[in-house]
Write a protein that binds this ligand. Structure first.
Ligand code: G6P
Length: 609
């Protein structure tokens, strides 16, 4: 989704801004722009539709330079993707701003500003902010004060950064509902919507709180909170080498990330030293909170929601703990009746998803004994605002379609199941067994990756199709959902998942030779029932693609294509089958020629509602 980068320094910053945008590219966007105050103290900008590389080409042809500037990648919400709607937006050649989020009361503000003679060039909600800022500095307010008065008028979510050619050292910014971080340099300072954009120039960051307004110059950082009180926010050093985000030998990030799973999974459960899942893995005070837990409420979006659905089977079956799972955008807007003693568990790769964050903030009912987030990004908003956290060790995920983040979330949930299960129905022998089998997981995923050639051949049958049905039973029903989501996200084939037992209650009517049916068929206790469901498809002329345990005796036959999967413990099968389905979607998308890593209309981190 939209990305912000800003810099104020004693050196030329256009390349720093562009490099920041390149690092945010993976989030998904449709246009990009950059504005700097040049040596003559005038605002110079480029705005281009399409990729950052188009912006770079414009910059090469006609360089805009300066020691202070702002830059942006836009994911359209209000107004079509176009160069005019791209940020930065200007007001009367004096001020320029970039904005992430949505201003809900923009129409009323626009009417007010038009009545006062402001001319609007774009269809965006953002443009009202820059004109409001212009009006405020026109009354004699400094840029910082002006920003404070402007944000008081805004309803909605925003991260904003602004520059003023009358004040060529300061970038002023504000956040409410969208992430923003200050990058601390020596004789230079920066701002970005994600620290990753600035790792080339600093490893020290100030994470801003909701409602903060900040002013940076090359030597100073001043923050005031929502009440206007001056604050000294803590500086955090992000340790560890800057992770490589290069493609290396792979053609796409998605493929690279699929192949990184054995290592990511191993690193995620490596925290369970000595084969023990300690409460402290979930943060300080976890034991005391877990002792009060009698039920779990999981809230998430997209792929993370599917991880929650898998966890429900585990928490109820293995730990004997009642569990509800809900999509965050639904959870946050309904009146709920919550069981007392509920642990709220949010799941989010980015830790910034707007609906999930809002759900956490909304869960103030005393029935909740605490909140735990399973996230992949340290210092993200969900991590900072939850009582407890478990950080998955997936590493940076660039592909919009989540792969390694999902499977590491499953490992995190298995560890949570063990920690809570100890207090429920799980004896120590079972808990030891679960921790032990986790050690087999990387090897099993390696074996699954070796099935690539067979899966690629299978994918050829899908490229001419417009629809596909995914079937699974039990814990593999959410895996079928995840398989269907992957296929629709990156290949644009309409795909739906059904619990196989529901087949005859509707979707069977759709089955014909134009509707491939993908089945997840591990050798668990529901195998025989699934076999009957698949027979129902076959006898109606359907074409079946069965991912089956190699020991389960599924045979290739006319209209039945079997992909034999490595046999594995029941509890690990959701991971291995997911990996196989990821490869299926990947190959279908590549063969169809879609933009695998940045599918149309989608964003990696959804920071607006
Ligand atoms: C977007 C991404 C999905 C992701 C979902 C939730 O839709 O495209 O891949 O699953 O957001 O994101 P989160 O960061 O909260 O896991």
């Amino acid at each position: 989704m939209c990305g912000i980068v800003a810099a104020t320094a004693r050196r030329e910053v256009s390349e720093i801004l562009l490099e920041g945008l390149r690092r945010l590219e993976y989030r998904g966007y449709d246009s990009a722009g950059i504005a700097l105050i040049d040596a003559e103290q005038s605002l110079k900008l480029h705005k281009e539709m399409g990729k950052v590389s188009v912006l770079e080409a414009a910059q090469q042809q006609q360089p805009v330079t300066g020691r202070i500037g702002i830059a942006h990648t836009r994911w359209a919400t209000h107004g079509v993707p176009s160069a005019v709607n791209a940020h930065p937006h200007l007001s009367r050649e004096r001020l320029a701003i970039v904005h992430n989020g949505i201003i809900e009361n923009h129409q009323a503000l626009r009417d007010e500003l038009i009545a006062q003679g402001y001319e609007f060039l774009s269809e965006t909600d953002t443009e009202v902010i820059v004109h409001l800022l212009h009006r405020a500095v026109g009354t004699g307010a400094g840029l910082f004060e002006a920003m404070r008065s402007v944000v008081a008028r805004l309803q909605g979510a925003y991260a904003i950064a602004a520059i003023d050619r009358e004040n060529p050292e300061q970038v002023v910014a504000a956040r409410e509902g969208s992430p923003l971080v200050v990058g601390v340099g020596i004789g230079e300072n920066f701002l970005a919507s994600d620290q990753m954009a600035l790792r080339q120039v600093t490893d020290r960051f100030v994470f801003l709180d909701e409602g903060d307004v900040v002013c940076i110059s090359p030597d100073t950082i001043s923050v005031v909170d929502a009440e206007g009180v001056k604050q000294q926010r803590q500086t955090t050093r992000i340790s560890g080498a800057l992770e490589s985000v290069e493609l290396g030998e792979f053609e796409h990030y998605m493929l690279k990330e699929i192949h990184e799973q054995p290592r990511a999974l191993a690193q995620t459960f490596a925290v369970a030293e000595g084969h023990r899942v300690d409460d402290s893995l979930f943060g300080e005070g976890a034991g005391a909170i877990f002792d009060q837990v009698s039920s779990v409420q999981i809230v998430a979006c997209g792929t993370s929601y599917h991880a929650g659905l898998v966890a429900r089977y585990w928490l109820e079956d293995l730990a004997g703990i009642p569990c509800e799972v809900e999509i965050a955008s639904e959870f946050r807007y309904r009146r709920r009746a919550q069981h007392p003693g509920t642990l709220l568990v949010t799941v989010s790769q980015s830790g910034e998803t707007a609906d999930t964050l809002a759900a956490l903030r909304d869960a103030t009912d005393p029935a909740f004994v605490g909140s735990l987030v399973i996230a992949n990004v340290d210092n993200s908003s969900l991590v900072r605002e939850s009582d407890l956290m478990f950080l998955t060790q997936a590493g940076t995920e660039i592909g919009v379609a989540s792969t390694k983040a999902f499977t590491t979330q499953l490992v995190a949930f298995l560890m949570l199941t063990i920690a809570l299960g100890r207090r429920g129905t799980m004896d120590s022998a079972k808990s030891d067994e679960l921790v032990n089998v986790l050690h087999d997981l990387p090897g099993l995923v390696e074996q699954t990756l070796q099935l690539d050639a067979g899966i690629k051949r299978m994918a050829e049958s899908f490229i001419q199709k417009h629809h596909a049905l995914f079937l699974g039973r039990g814990v593999h029903y959410p895996i079928a959902m995840e398989g269907a989501l992957k296929l629709k996200e990156i290949s644009y084939i309409h795909a739906e998942a059904y619990a196989a037992g529901e087949l005859k209650h509707g979707p069977l009517a759709l089955v014909d030779d134009d509707m491939p049916v993908v089945a997840v068929a591990p050798g668990d206790e529901l195998m025989e029932k699934l076999r009957s469901n698949l027979e129902e498809v076959r006898s109606r002329g359907g074409e079946l693609y069965v991912f089956a345990d190699r020991a389960a005796d599924f045979q290739d036959s006319p209209r039945v294509h079997v992909l034999p999967m490595p046999s594995c413990p029941d509890v690990l099968a959701p991971v291995t089958y997911t990996v196989a389905l990821q490869l299926l979607s990947y190959h279908v998308a590549v063969q169809k020629g879609t933009d695998v890593d940045k599918p149309r209309n989608l964003a990696k981190s959804v920071t607006v509602e």
